[in-house]
Design a protein around this ligand. Structure first.
Ligand SMILES: Cc1cc2nc3c(=O)[nH]c(=O)nc-3n(C[C@H](O)[C@H](O)[C@H](O)COP(=O)(O)OP(=O)(O)OC[C@H]3O[C@@H](n4cnc5c(N)ncnc54)[C@H](O)[C@@H]3O)c2cc1C
Length: 447
């Protein structure tokens, strides 16, 4: 019998039916994390999906339509802020005993059940909010409160945390000073005890303090001892204290964040407002950074995705020289570049999250500080590149306030904060190298 003629192989692989049946959100290529609509993932459960779905709806319906208007004004309406505080979405890291009984956890999920993948979902979905509007809605408590949750006494927590849910309290974090933000061990603001030992008298300045316009308290790094890291304490300063004043700094973007200059002139603060032990504040500040940087890294990833999906849609509709922009390889190459960076960075974030979840030391695991720092550096670089390429695709419309490129234009003014804030690129890239070198040596690496 003659051999059957071999089938001629097609050079184009056939498009099979997608294996993953569920879809969610923007179905455009790489517009959402792959577990939403394309690839299987071991990390996410029904609870994560429930949270994702609820936040998506909340952001799309209650925030996005007004977002750029609030950003332009530099604040959100009071009634919206009040509703937001009681919605259960903000302050998810405040444990059950300090939450009012009638305020649910996010999407009705009890906060004790939230894991790090819930944190990824919350951060990723909320990073679709542009400008400083997230802060305009919830204040600076997202960074001002964790030191209280982790290092406050029972009495301090009972006094300060429940008020978050009706704006009776709102916290910001005061570390950076006019003389510098990178060299935290060298802060100049002093806190000296009065002779009767009942108060600290605080003198100094703080700069770029997010959420200050609405804050009732500033969680503040002060010098109580000698020079260097061993002389630093963290105290919680009421913003209505005599001698405390603040004013907004006009920045390029993030107007809704309300970053402000703070002056403290003989401000008397009760000694009961000290967090942890005197002169042991540097550790409190540093241990806060792993989570903050991870959150910022996830935020960079989502914002880069937004650049990708917005510019992809525009490139498909905009015609030049008789064809859509996307028909030009030099344009589709830009999209492919953003896609490969965003997807690989996301996989790194998920792997880090898995490690932190498995580690008995959680956020304090010694393996993660360098990796998180590097992932934030990478996230910042990806966001800068993605925003630049998106602006090119939008042309003049990417430079215009309002119109189809409004979000891309807004991001171009906001993104410096993602690269400089929470530890600037140069500082934390260096930290990553030092941390990884030390770990490698511990594992037996010999040069
Ligand atoms: C919008 C906004 C909001 C902010 N919110 C807050 C807040 O809520 N609370 C708060 O405390 N701070 C806040 N910051 C401050 C932020 O954390 C600091 O800007 C940041 O830590 C860098 O400090 P710096 O700006 O003083 O830069 P500097 O420390 O003066 O450094 C300047 C530049 O030089 C680089 N550099 C410094 N030293 C070295 C070195 N040895 N080698 C190589 N490069 C170096 C840095 O990476 C940086 O890019 C905010 C900043 C902005 C812009």
């Amino acid at each position: 019998m003659a051999n059957p003629t071999p089938k001629k192989e097609s050079l184009i692989p056939s498009i099979m039916e997608p294996q993953k049946k569920e879809t969610f959100g923007n179905l455009g290529p790489w517009a959402e994390p792959s577990w939403y609509s394309s690839l299987a993932s071991p990390y996410y459960s029904e609870s994560h999906k429930k949270l994702r779905n609820a936040i998506r709806k909340h952001v799309d319906e209650d925030i996005k339509p007004y977002m750029l208007e609030w950003e332009e004004k530099g604040e959100a309406p009071v009634e919206v802020r009040l509703k937001h505080a009681r919605s259960g979405y903000p302050f998810a890291d405040v444990p059950e005993p300090y939450r009012p009984k009638d305020v649910p956890g996010p999407a009705g999920i009890p906060v004790a059940e939230l894991d790090i993948f819930h944190l990824i979902v919350m951060t990723d979905e909320n990073s679709r909010i542009e400008g400083g509007v997230g802060t305009a809605l919830g204040g600076g408590s997202v960074i001002g409160v964790p030191p209280i949750v982790h290092h406050g006494t029972e009495e301090q927590k009972r006094k300060w945390l429940p008020g978050l849910f009706n704006w009776e309290t709102s916290f910001c974090l005061g570390i950076t000073e006019p003389s510098g933000g990178s060299d935290v061990a060298n802060i100049q603001t002093t806190a000296e005890k009065t002779k009767d030992g009942k108060h600290y008298v605080v003198n100094g300045y703080k700069k770029w303090i997010t959420g200050m316009p609405w804050a009732t308290h500033m969680t503040t790094a002060v010098r109580t001892g000698g020079p260097g890291a061993k002389g630093i304490s963290v105290i919680v300063i009421p913003t209505d204290a005599k001698g405390f004043s603040h004013r907004r700094i006009p920045n390029s973007g993030q107007k809704g964040g309300g970053a402000s200059f703070v002056e403290m002139d003989d401000v008397h603060v009760p000694v009961e407002n000290l967090l942890g032990k005197e002169n042991e504040g540097f550790k409190i500040i540093m241990t806060n950074f792993n989570k903050e940087r991870f959150i910022m890294s996830v935020g960079c990833n989502r914002k880069a995705r937004t650049c990708l999906s917005e510019s992809w849609a525009y490139a498909s509709k905009r015609h030049t020289f008789g064809k859509p922009l996307i028909a030009n390889q030099i344009i589709s190459h830009k999209l492919a570049t953003i896609g490969r960076y965003v997807e690989s960075h996301w996989a790194w974030l998920e792997q880090l999250a898995y490690h932190i979840q498995q580690s008995p030391l959680g956020w304090q695991d010694p393996e993660i500080a360098g990796q998180i720092a590097l992932s934030k550096v990478h996230g910042g670089r990806i966001l800068e590149m993605a925003n630049r390429e998106a602006q090119q695709i939008f042309g003049g419309a990417g430079y215009q306030k309002g119109g189809p490129g409004a979000i891309i234009e807004q991001m171009s003014r906001d993104l410096r904060m993602m690269v400089v804030g929470g530890g600037s690129e140069e500082i934390i890239a260096d930290l990553a190298v030092r941390q990884e070198t030390a770990l490698a040596k511990k594992r037996g690496w010999k040069l």
